[in-house]
Write a new protein. Structure first.
Length: 318
């Protein structure tokens, strides 16, 4: 099915020089990453064919793959952005113009290609920028015209892929923290919102002993991660809605969840969110009772009546 209502364009700000890039596990299969910028610790490249991004951690040689941003309209049509013209450079940032690719509504089996939609200019502008004084950090953000039909933007969409290995996992801030391995016999998808689902504005990934930290400062940011079994693979995403507009990607060199935690502690300190247990103890001596206390989950002990949707068997389960 094709929609021909008049040319629908997105504007993505990125910058450019020339570079040819190899690809990480699970990366899209285009050839050239023709736009790049770099610091002493990090190289950021953008592929002209589809807008995919690669982050090279110079300390380890690890390459982190980020898919093109995806726009979800209020009618639930999902649309990837695609570069439409020459990639331009602007010092420590990258910018290019993009058009919509193939849209998909989960209610319909047939994708919709948006080719002529001049009347639906969303006014989106995306930017990748190296942060001054932070050579291993790149800020990824966008702006949008008021009153658009956009529900959310996935700045990370099935990105930072991990293949099966004991050394590969995500660090997810759910309750006291989860290490999500690339393991399991069944595929699954998870989406965590800040309202009760995750406890810190961060997501970490570890691949072959190299680590990366993703952070943000707006609570209207949802964490997504998906596991597939053929082959076994984890991917992650961030859905930004309401007034959420940016995230940061920070390569950490060699490390694991400890280095991710230390890096996030510094981010939390900069934002005025960090208060150590020692500091809390000075304010309230009763905090000492929490040291070594169990994280007790009463909902784990639930009686399930038989012959119900929670327990279809004929006997009670506890």
């Amino acid at each position: 099915m094709r929609n021909t209502n008049a040319g629908y364009w997105l504007v993505l700000w990125l910058g450019a020089t020339s570079a040819l890039w190899s690809q990480g596990p699970g990366a899209p299969s285009a050839v050239a990453f023709g736009a790049s910028m770099e610091s002493s610790a990090l190289r950021v490249s953008v592929r002209a064919a589809d807008g995919a991004i690669r982050l090279l951690d110079k300390a380890t040689g690890a390459v982190w793959a980020v898919n093109p941003p995806v726009v979800v309209l209020k009618n639930k049509v999902v649309i990837p952005a695609r570069p439409a013209g020459k990639i331009v450079a602007d010092g420590t940032s990258l910018h290019y113009a993009a058009r919509l690719g193939i849209g998909h509504n989960p209610d319909f089996a047939t994708p919709i290609e948006f080719t002529n939609l001049d009347g639906l200019d969303l006014g989106l502008e995306f930017q990748l920028r190296l942060r001054s004084g932070e050579p291993a950090t790149v800020e990824y953000s966008f702006s949008m015209a008021a009153g658009t039909s956009v529900e959310e933007v996935h700045l990370l969409d099935q990105s930072l892929p991990l293949k099966e290995s004991e050394r590969n996992y995500y660090a997810v801030p759910f309750r006291m923290g989860l290490l999500v391995p690339v393991a399991g016999d069944r595929p699954y998808s998870r989406r965590l919102a800040s309202s009760g689902s995750y406890s810190m504005a961060m997501l970490g990934a570890v691949k072959d002993g190299s680590a990366v930290l993703v952070t943000w400062d707006n609570p209207y940011t949802d964490i997504m991660y998906d596991y597939s079994t053929e082959p076994r693979r984890l991917t992650s995403g961030l859905a930004l809605h309401h007034d959420a507009r940016s995230l940061r990607l920070q390569t950490l060199g060699r490390g694991g969840y400890v280095e991710i935690a230390k890096a996030y502690r510094q981010v939390a300190r900069e934002r005025g969110l960090l208060k150590t247990l020692a500091e809390k103890l000075k304010d309230n001596p009763a905090v000492e009772k929490f040291f070594g206390a169990a994280d007790f989950k009463p909902f784990a002990l639930i009686r399930r009546a038989p012959n119900t949707r929670w327990n279809p068997t004929s006997r009670e389960l506890v």
